[in-house]
Structure formats: structure tokens, C-alpha cells
Design a protein around this ligand. Structure first.
Ligand SMILES: [Zn+2]
Length: 446
């Protein structure tokens, strides 16, 4: 579906929720903006006006139709800080911990992505699912093959979607058909960067899978390529699973801790995003904080693979907050829905003894995720000047939710109910760069 005519003015009306700051650092009432009846005005791909309908209505250009979404909540589009699109064909393949899961399901699935004709329909399905779930920015792993990245960027560009992606770097400990070399990984990354990085809303991420599948030489060249490429990302995994942590210790005996392996090769810093970070200690969080490195918290995946409980409370400590976004981590994760992901994050926080407020969870899925991906000056917030990536949630998407909402006490209760009971059916509409990219009620169900 095309994302619409960006030069036209688009106006939508409904309740609105957004954040102007960090609710982990400031009282939520100071940074949460909720309007029970708002208008959001979009033009040329950006939000040009938003606020109480009573105020904004007078500024809507004459003749502009206003699409009214009753019983809905307008929010900044969701941000998925970590996901593997090539794993869509193995979502839900279960019953194994991380390292066995990689060998049994993931590597065979990824092996086919050298063929762009195989990759394209999966990239198309991935982008379609993002739109159906209100995800408008994502940091995505390809496979080791260049074609995997070409297929995704082609599709993202067609929808004008803000996507960060890179080819996976692996030069050891994987099947031969999934290996590159340090040099080839660098060269292929360089040519993908020349083709895609900074084109429209696309950004390249240098993507070593994790320290076990790259030699020190490959990590070194990954750092070189990252430093050579202004605005590029570095994405990888860290401390997801106890066996993985032991394996890294045996592969890198001269490093006292897992994170030091990445630090040693110059792979920490702003626009570096590491998934999971479950088995980290306070010294690790300190170096993530100091370097500006982000973590992607992937609760459905961590639960599905039995990886462990991420301590959001420790990561977001006021003394040394680490940038954190939420990741679906599909296919290790179990849902494209950020509502389901927020619910899982809430449950994991409960299990860790530090409950997560619904407003903080919402911030993680929007503005917090944007901070983690260093795009918070562009997306993640509903305010004039921001890119017009917007999700409209139907607050009564099932009979039970409709019933329960009659008893909702306040906005936090509303959000908690949507997490607990809602899913992709709740996404009434998704706007990308100001264009209607998903309209649940207008599209025939498949
Ligand atoms: Zn992952």
C-alpha cells in the first residue's frame, strides 16, 4: 500500500498521548501529555500542529477533511529497537534455549537469503506486519547476505518507512553458507552503505551478530567501518543467555567481562544498540551509560527462549541511566504487537520486584525507543516539527476490552488494559510520514 500523498494536509482527531521528557527521570505528570480530544495536523511528512481540538480546529486549513477516530488513542508510532526480519519463517519454533535454537531453526532459515527473490516476499510481509502493528521505526538484522539488506531497504523505501538495517557479520561458529570473512564483511558493508545509508529514511547498521560468531579481526574491522561512516549504527547482542556468557568467556579469556570485548574493539557509543543485556552487572551498566550505548529490552523473546529476566530497574537507575528501547526480537520473540511487548515488559518487571508503570512502558515503546536509536529529535513524540509517524489505537478492539474500558479509572488504567488484553486488532490506523499506510477497517482481512 503506498504511504499516500505527502504534500496533502492530513488531519486526524481523537484522544492523544505523548511524552515531552523521560518519566524515569522526572515525575510522569510533568512529561506526559494526554488530551481527551485532540487534533493532529500533518503536512509534507511532518506534524505541523497538534493539541486540544478546541484550539487546533480553528487552525485547520479550510476544506481539509478531519478523520475522526472515536474511542481511540493517537500516539507516536511504535519503535522496535531490535528484530530479525529473516526469521519470520521460524517464529514460534520453540522448546530450545538460545544456542540450540540458533542451530536448529535460525541458521537454516537464514541460509536462503542469498537469493533476493526468496528474500523479497519475506521483507514485504515484515513491513506489512510493522504497519499492521503500528511500528514505524525499527532496527533490523538482515542475514550475512547482501541481498537480505537490499530486499528490506527496497521495501522500506517503497513505504517511506524509517528503517535501520545491516548485513550480519559472521566469520566463525556458524554453517559455512552463513560465513563471510573479516575483509569481505567490511567490503560488503561498505558497498551497502554507499547504496543505502542516508537515502530517504534509511540508515545502515554495522551488524556483528555477537562476539562468538565474529573473530577479533572481524570485530576490529566492524569498528573501523562504524567510525568511517557518519550517522551509521552498530547493532549486536550481549549477555542474553548464561551458556552464551560462558562461551564468550572461553573465547576471549583476556577480557574480564563480556561487554569489554565490544568496548575493546571500539563498539560502544552513541548509535550502538545491543539486544538483551540480561546478564550484566552494575559496572557494565556504568560503561553503557558513560558511552551512550543503548540496550534493546526484548521481553517476549527472553521469556520464550528462557533467557532470563532483564532488570529494567537497574538499567534505568537515576544515577546512571542507560538508554533502553523495546524490541520484539522476532523470530525469538513471539509477537509483532508492541502492546504484547509492553505487557511482557511489565510482567518481567513485576517478577524482578520493581513494577513498571503503564506510562513508563508506553514511553519505552515510543520516545524512549527513539532516544535509544538516537532519532528522538525526529520521531517518538507528537509535536510540531516531528516526522508524522503516528499510530491510532482502537480502545475497544474486542468485546471484552470494550466492556472493561467502561470501568477504566484513568489513562494508566486504559493503557494497562490495552497491554493485558490488546494485540494487532487494536491498531485502527498507522500513518507513515503523514500518509495513511494502514487502515484496519478499509483493508479486506486476509
Ligand atoms: Zn536478536
Amino acid at each position: 500500500m503506498p504511504s499516500g500523498d505527502h504534500t496533502a494536509v492530513t488531519a486526524i482527531r481523537g484522544a492523544m498521548l505523548t511524552f515531552t521528557g523521560d518519566p524515569f527521570a522526572q515525575p510522569v505528570r510533568d512529561v506526559r501529555r494526554y488530551e481527551s480530544d485532540a487534533i493532529v495536523l500533518m503536512a509534507d511528512g511532518r506534524i505541523v500542529d497538534c493539541g486540544p481540538a478546541a484550539d487546533v480546529a480553528a487552525r485547520v486549513p479550510a476544506g481539509t477533511p478531519v478523520t475522526h477516530y472515536p474511542n481511540a488513542l493517537i500516539s507516536a508510532g511504535f519503535i522496535d529497537a531490535h528484530v530479525h526480519y529473516p526469521q519470520l519463517p521460524v517464529i514460534g519454533a520453540g522448546g530450545k534455549p538460545l544456542l540450540e535454537w540458533l542451530t536448529a531453526y535460525t541458521f537454516p532459515a537464514e541460509a536462503r537469503f542469498g537469493d533476493i527473490d526468496y528474500a523479497r516476499p519475506i521483507a514485504a510481509r515484515y513491513v506489512a506486519e510493522n504497519l499492521r502493528n503500528g511500528i514505524t521505526t525499527a532496527a533490523v538484522f538482515g542475514t550475512v547476505h547482501r541481498a537480505s539488506v537490499d530486499a528490506l531497504f527496497e521495501e522500506a523505501e517503497r513505504h517511506d518507512l524509517r528503517i535501520i538495517c545491516g548485513k550480519v557479520l559472521m566469520d566463525r561458529h556458524a554453517p559455512a553458507e552463513l560465513l563471510d570473512t573479516a575483509e569481505r564483511g567490511y567490503d560488503e558493508g561498505k558497498s551497502l552503505i554507499e547504496r543505502w545509508h542516508g537515502r530517504g529514511r534509511l540508515s545502515y547498521a554495522i551488524t556483528p551478530r555477537f562476539a562468538a560468531t565474529s573473530t577479533p579481526e572481524q570485530l576490529e574491522l566492524a569498528g573501523t567501518l562504524w567510525r568511517e561512516t557518519p550517522g551509521a549504527y552498530l547493532q549486536s547482542h550481549v549477555a542474553e543467555n548464561a551458556d552464551e556468557v560462558s562461551w564468550i568467556a572461553s573465547l576471549y579469556p583476556s577480557h574480564a567481562r563480556y561487554l569489554d570485548v565490544y568496548a575493546h574493539h571500539g563498539l560502544l557509543g552513541r548509535r550502538a544498540v545491543y539486544a538483551h543485556g540480561i546478564h550484566l552487572d552494575d559496572a557494565d551498566f556504568e560503561s553503557l551509560h558513560v558511552s551512550g550505548t543503548a540496550l534493546a529490552h526484548c521481553p517476549t523473546s527472553n521469556n520464550f527462549l528462557g533467557s532470563g529476566l532483564f532488570s529494567l530497574h537497574r538499567a534505568r537507575s537515576e544515577q546512571r541511566p542507560v538508554r533502553v528501547g523495546l524490541g520484539t526480537d522476532l523470530g525469538g520473540g513471539t509477537s509483532f504487537s508492541m502492546l504484547r511487548t509492553m505487557q511482557a515488559a511489565s510482567e518481567v518487571a513485576h517478577l524482578g520486584g520493581h513494577p513498571l508503570s503503564p506510562s513508563r512502558a508506553w514511553w519505552l515503546a515510543t520516545r524512549g525507543g527513539a532516544e535509544a536509536l538516537d532519532v528522538d529529535d525526529r520521531v517518538g513524540t507528537l509535536a510540531p516539527g516531528y516526522e508524522a509517524d503516528v499510530v491510532v489505537l482502537d480502545l475497544a478492539s474486542t468485546p471484552l476490552i470494550e466492556f472493561r474500558m467502561r470501568y477504566a479509572a484513568d489513562i494508566d488504567d486504559v493503557l494497562a488494559v490495552q497491554f493485558a488484553l490488546g494485540d494487532d486488532r487494536a491498531v485502527r490506523a498507522t500513518y507513515v510520514a503523514g500518509g495513511l499506510a494502514w487502515d484496519r477497517d478499509a483493508t479486506p482481512r486476509m
